[in-house]
Design a protein around this ligand. Structure first.
Ligand SMILES: Cc1cc2nc3c(=O)[nH]c(=O)nc-3n(C[C@H](O)[C@H](O)[C@H](O)COP(=O)(O)OP(=O)(O)OC[C@H]3O[C@@H](n4cnc5c(N)ncnc54)[C@H](O)[C@@H]3O)c2cc1C
Ligand code: SF4
Ligand code: SF4
Ligand code: SF4
Length: 380
């Protein structure tokens, strides 16, 4: 039986752990308590004696292919980028929600809608706790959901801890363990594609706390960025701005740095590898292919969110909210919009898959000793 020791060997030591937190969450929720997240965000043993060798942390890990087929079935996955039942651009009907949202505030308005309808009694979102920093949070009211809206890195209150390394990642899956303790059993979960993947694995295995999750909201993702001192210095230089002039930051086709004077600096994402988390180079899921509903700014007009409804859970929820808490983009503005947006999401998905495949191949080659120390192929 493979256990957490094998995850250290096969995933962590190869640099593939993206800190989704799936392994720790299960072990904590079931009360084994053998694992925890260390200071650097890596899962580690808290008390190895408590490990009962159940092997489930190993099966849950998205970097281990063991459950791939079950997970695909669970999410009705189909190539080339997961199931697509509907694609539309939407935004919150309420201007207050729109103003707080990252793009169109669609994620927040849908969560509020589900709560109003009594279909959920909470949502795992990520609350801002610092300029670039977010923490997972179980929001239980409209106000709490609204408080966690947005993804952009707001530095309007100053960067008190400028020497710290900030990261865009929020270990949302960890908040799942509170569900078991709090007896909440109808919750929506918002997360990056890797986190959605980990929760789907728990679902496919039929293990806690996934039984409490009623809706999986996935966010498009090119990568998780670190904003350390050096990264911030380089960004200032290549973007020609100063941090004190920054109003907010967002990611779509580029990293968009919005300045107080309303100018926007667009930084190409392929120039930002120096600040991307290493494990993200190996990730092949751009559009949260295993979610019930996937959301991103890509393809949508400014102030709107692109949404893909993927499952029989997600599609009716979106339909029910449209015309109520959610406003849908009018195709009269651009009849070809859906076609163009789909092509864009597909293009970015393919790009990410190709990049990940190359990275994996390189890793395999290195492991097999095919490359010499300079990274070139060995002769003969
Ligand atoms: C790390 C990351 C990378 C992204 N990369 C891209 C990209 O390359 N291209 C693209 O088109 N879109 C990307 N997105 C998605 C995009 O930023 C918006 O979240 C999405 O368009 C929804 O916008 P909205 O206005 O409808 O959401 P909102 O109504 O603003 O709601 C956003 C929700 O996301 C939650 N959230 C915020 N930060 C995090 C986090 N770090 N982890 C988990 N949940 C979080 C909030 O709590 C909130 O519930 C990324 C998001 C994240 C978190
Ligand atoms: S008890 Fe199970 S889930 Fe926890 S570390 Fe051991 S093998 Fe992994
Ligand atoms: S389940 Fe997630 S956090 Fe745990 S080892 Fe795998 S990638 Fe890392
Ligand atoms: S690219 Fe995004 S989804 Fe993939 S591992 Fe990194 S944070 Fe997770």
């Amino acid at each position: 039986m493979k256990t957490f020791s094998h995850l250290i060997e096969e995933v962590q030591n190869r640099g593939l752990c993206h800190h989704c937190g799936g392994c720790v969450t299960f072990c904590t929720a079931i009360n084994y308590g053998a694992l925890e997240l260390c200071e650097d965000g890596r899962p580690c043993y808290k008390d190895k004696e408590k490990c009962i060798d159940c092997g489930l942390c190993y099966s849950i890990c998205p970097e281990i292919g063991e459950m791939d087929e079950e997970v695909k079935r669970q999410a009705s996955w189909s190539p080339p980028m997961g199931a697509v039942m509907r694609l539309m651009a939407g935004r919150a009907s309420d201007p207050e929600v729109r103003a707080r949202g990252t793009d169109g505030g669609l994620v927040t308005s849908l969560l509020i809608h589900l709560l109003d309808r009594g279909l959920i009694d909470g949502a795992i979102v990520s609350k801002r706790v610092g300029p670039f920093h977010r923490q997972p949070w179980l929001a239980k009211s409209r106000e709490e959901i609204l408080e966690a809206a947005g993804f952009h890195f707001d530095i309007s209150h100053g960067m008190k801890h400028f020497s710290e390394i900030y990261s865009t990642f929020s270990p949302s899956v960890l908040a799942l363990s509170h569900l078991v303790k709090g007896h909440r059993n109808r919750v929506a979960f918002v997360g990056t594609p890797c986190q959605i993947n980990a929760v789907r694995r728990m679902e496919a295995l039929g293990i806690v706390p996934s039984d409490s999750i009623k809706f999986l909201f996935g966010l498009f993702c090119t990568g998780n960025f670190y904003f350390g001192v050096e990264q911030r210095r380089v960004l200032e230089k290549i973007g020609n701005f100063r941090w004190e002039d920054v109003r907010k930051i967002n990611v779509k086709e580029e990293l968009m740095v919005h300045l107080h004077n309303r100018e926007v600096r667009y930084l190409p994402l392929d120039k930002l590898d120096f600040m991307k988390r290493y494990a993200c180079q190996y990730c092949d899921d751009y559009s949260a292919e295993y979610a019930d509903l996937s959301f991103g700014g890509l393809g949508a007009p400014e102030g709107w969110t692109t949404v893909i409804a993927r499952t029989p859970r997600g599609c009716p929820a979106l339909d029910d909210a449209t015309g109520d808490n959610v406003e849908s983009y009018s195709y009269k503005n651009n009849p070809r919009w859906a076609f163009q947006a789909m092509a864009k999401v597909l293009e970015w998905s393919e790009k990410k898959k190709q990049h990940a495949a190359l990275q994996h191949q390189e890793l395999e080659n290195k492991a097999a000793g095919v490359l010499d120390s300079s990274g070139c192929e060995k002769p003969g």
